[in-house]
Design a protein around this ligand. Structure first.
Ligand SMILES: [Zn+2]
Length: 280
């Protein structure tokens, strides 16, 4: 079923989130789609007896990867705007919850919207505390979450780098990479996937157990088979959605010297203001 949802929704991230909802592990989903996709999604929802309502605005984006768990306030525009933009859809098993999500988004009530989407209170609090600062940047919370967590070795279920590469287990930013509530949810999602598609669960677990380098301007990097020895992180292969010097260097050297979670040395260079994480 997950593979079928993936084909219809065009993304594993969305397919997993909707699968959690279908199996009562999530009350409401909120997805962005382009207008041309909406009819197909409506059909999928009616086939699965789900209610779908659409936003009365759209969001202009550089790319769909920029879409965030909550809202991108600055980019909201009228549905009549001729430029292509994403329309939000709110999906739930009962009509009231989907309508309420739409209402809460229109009211900019991030707290109640987060609750309705099934996010833990601690993670909603963190998001609300950081929204003003992060909305001026990429609207991305990886570095604030990392800076709110001690160390750089974390449980693989909380690896949220998959959101950039379409293998995301946890559909929101945890307040910390050790948040017990987020970890409980992530483990329940992985257990559900294991029950229905064990091969996919194994594949996901392997993809999540990787090193991650996060940069604000040069992309996000995944490090396969990471092994930490002394201050060095050795890995088999680096991949990224962004080609460039850093990716070439990572694959040339096959290891980085971690100074702390925000600084590392590769070859002759030191990179700063980045995030280095290892998920195991
Ligand atoms: Zn939390």
């Amino acid at each position: 079923m997950i593979q079928g949802l993936k084909e219809s929704l065009g993304s594993l991230n969305k397919a997993l989130e909707l699968f959690y909802l279908i199996n009562d592990l999530k009350p409401v989903c909120r997805f962005g789609f382009y207008q041309a996709e909406i009819d197909k999604i409506k059909k999928l929802c009616s086939e699965n007896r789900l209610h779908l309502v659409t936003s009365n605005f759209k969001v202009l984006l550089d790319s769909r990867e920029n879409i965030n768990d909550f809202n991108n306030k600055g980019n909201k525009t009228s549905l009549l705007n001729p430029f292509p933009g994403m329309i939000f859809t709110y999906i739930s098993k009962n009509a009231d919850s989907a309508e309420l999500a739409k209402y809460l988004e229109n009211s900019n009530d991030n707290r109640r919207l987060g609750e309705l989407l099934g996010y833990p209170d601690c993670c909603i609090d963190f998001f609300i505390r950081n929204i003003e600062e992060q909305s001026k940047k990429n609207n991305d919370y990886v570095l604030p979450v990392l800076n709110n967590t001690d160390g750089f070795i974390f449980p693989k279920e909380l690896n949220i780098a998959g959101r950039y590469f379409d293998f995301n287990l946890l559909p929101f930013f945890p307040h910390s990479f050790r948040c017990p509530e987020a970890l409980k949810l992530a483990r329940s999602y992985l257990a559900l996937i294991t029950d229905h598609d064990p091969a996919l669960a194994v594949e996901l677990a392997k993809k999540l157990a990787r090193g991650v380098i996060y940069t604000e301007k040069m992309g996000v990097y995944l490090l396969d088979e990471p092994v930490l020895k002394g201050g060095y992180l050795n890995f088999e292969k680096a991949s990224s959605s962004q080609k460039g010097i850093l990716l070439d260097e990572l694959n040339t050297y096959g290891r980085i010297n971690i100074l702390d979670k925000n600084h590392f040395i590769i070859g002759p260079h030191m990179l700063k203001d980045v995030g280095v994480m290892m998920f195991e």
